[in-house]
Design a protein around this ligand. Structure first.
Ligand code: MG
Length: 159
């Protein structure tokens, strides 16, 4: 059995008046992520981890932000496309572990809904998908509410 590990990292700036979508879930907040897509920083980190595990490049290579077809796109569509790339190569997702770094808003009430969205898009049971969140104790751009970052690690198995 071939075992592959991948990691992903993404950052988006926050701005007033934009919608905030994290892990496929709309979260009520006065700010949202500035982005060409819907700015789902968690899904972007997860896509990069999945692509990285198979050395397939990164999300910017497959879905360039210079391409009009991706303007405002629901990042769940991108995640499902990445899942197809992995399946086509004969690999399956063993698990994914994701962490959001942000000061506000409180994410705990939305974690299970995010896990459900991600598990559904990846075609795995919810127990294989972890989403965690931490503040940065008011330090750095996340701590000042200027941006949100996300990290993801995945394990793939193939024949
Ligand atoms: Mg991004």
């Amino acid at each position: 059995m071939d075992i592959r590990i991948g990691n992903g990292y993404d950052v988006h700036a926050l701005a007033e008046g934009l919608t905030l979508t994290l892990g496929g879930v709309r979260i009520p907040f006065e700010k949202g992520c500035v982005a060409h897509s819907d700015g789902d920083v968690l899904i972007h980190a997860l896509c990069d981890a999945l692509l990285g595990a198979l050395a397939l490049g990164d999300i910017g290579r497959h879905f360039p932000d210079s391409d009009e077809q991706y303007r405002g796109i629901d990042s769940r569509i991108l995640l499902r496309k990445v899942r197809e790339m992995i399946a086509e190569r004969g690999y399956r997702i063993s698990n994914a572990d994701c962490t959001l770094l942000l000061q506000k808003p409180k994410i705990a009430p939305y974690i299970d809904e995010m896990r459900k969205c991600l598990a559904s898009d990846l075609g795995v049971e919810i127990g294989r998908i972890a989403v965690k969140a931490t503040t940065t104790e008011h330090l750095g751009y996340e701590g000042r509410g200027e941006g949100i970052s996300a990290m993801a690690t995945v394990l793939l198995t193939g024949e």
